[in-house]
Write a protein that binds this ligand. Sequence first.
Ligand code: NAD
Length: 479
Amino acid sequence: MNTLDYDYLYINGEWSAPSTPERIDVIGAATGKRVGSVPSSAHREVDYAVESAQRAFNDPEGWAAWSPTRRAAGLDALATALEAHASDIAYSVTVQNGMPINLARQLETGMPVATLRYFAGLIREQGDDNRRGYLGGDVRVLRQPIGVVAAIVPWNFPQTLAFTKLAPALAAGCTVVLKPSPETVLDSMVLARAITESGLPPGVVNIVPGGRSLGEYLVAHPGVDKVAFTGSTDTGRAIASVCGQLLRPVSLELGGRSAAIVLDDANMTDHLESFFGAALLNNGQCCYATTRVLAPESRYDEIVEQLTSFVSTLTVGDPLSPDTQVGPLTTARQRDRFESYLSMGIADGGKLTTGGSRPADLPEGWFVTPAVMADVNNSSRIAQEEVFGPVVTITSYSDENEAVRLANESNYGLGGTVWTADLDRGLAVARRVRTGTIGINGYIPDPAIPFGGVKDSGASREFGPEGLAAYTHLQSVHL
Ligand code: NAD
């Protein structure tokens, strides 16, 4: 296999040689071998990227000053340029993080394009906000762009998550410095090509590949006006405390361990495909995955049996094959984490009914067979902590009140599902679950609908008009 190696960094609308010889090697999830590399950014590149973003933002005729209609055309042009690179983006994502290629094609190119077009449409529609003061007088409330945004994203959906920030930030008139995760930097170089081709002005989007310490430097950089972060709860806390000291606005989209409440009238046979999408997408490395199944005592054995036989038939294999449903975990560290949670689950009384081993026919990379663990105590670590791998745990409950109580007995509150034959009953249960998003008989995020968490899952919303508002501040002009 040819490796994907890049020699230049994309800052200020051009490709330039890095200031140091340091490189980031990317190890393929399915092979355990180097699949490509990019130059690592140094502090000097971050300084240059932030200055470029500031210059682009402050240009009196630049991006922030463009009319919403003109900016919307810029977003549409970027969407079109991304579509032209769809297969390169999907391929890059899959060879890096092991996402099944069908999913990479659908989500990692489809979702960014849809998100750009959604926000382009939103700013085209937004009119002036003229108000009458309570004490009299006319006031125009302006939504002003916040400024330079530092966007920091993880490796599980590198493009989709970059665009949950880029699209609304650009739509609002902000400029961006994007720091991708070191595990998935190759797709960000394809993104840079699309940005160049889209004709966005120099400095509007700048990309600085790097790891944790570069992220720390960027978060605290004096030229940054807002931080938009997706990643783990621990990192979110660290970033939030820096931003708290600086009084710098910050969006936090963090971890989860979401419940799937199966009500006693649910016919899971009809919903197995949707269940897969909500619980096991991307090899179980999905922040909102609803992998904590709560099953009614009256039908417990049947549900354990159904989920076990479904999960045991999933096709595990080469993520580049369109037949693969479950690819490898992204890193050796993720596989160790998955295996250690399974061991803890068993030690705490859980029963592994399928999976959880390393497939003998896939000796390279970080493959595991998707697992189901029954009889899991909701207070055990495997139920309470984020595993971030393909394992469904099953816990029984006696009645609906207990199901809701168990769903809410979690520090997290990001996703969730309720499975039922009765929509009204599902809605009544859903509204009692303390979570930012919840689906009935399935869940798929949508660029028009607010997404985000409560409790340790974060303190913000992306997507929808609320996602745009996160990149603006209100200025009231009394006329
Ligand atoms: P992570 O927190 O380790 O890293 C995320 C990003 O932050 C990376 O780019 C990393 O380089 C950078 N980073 C790490 N420490 C930093 C610091 N101190 N300052 C600035 N930047 C720093 O997370 P991860 O392991 O890459 O991703 C998995 C996590 O992301 C899971 O917890 C998952 O639930 C979460 N996630 C959340 C959502 C959501 O929308 N809520 C979506 C996807 C993933």
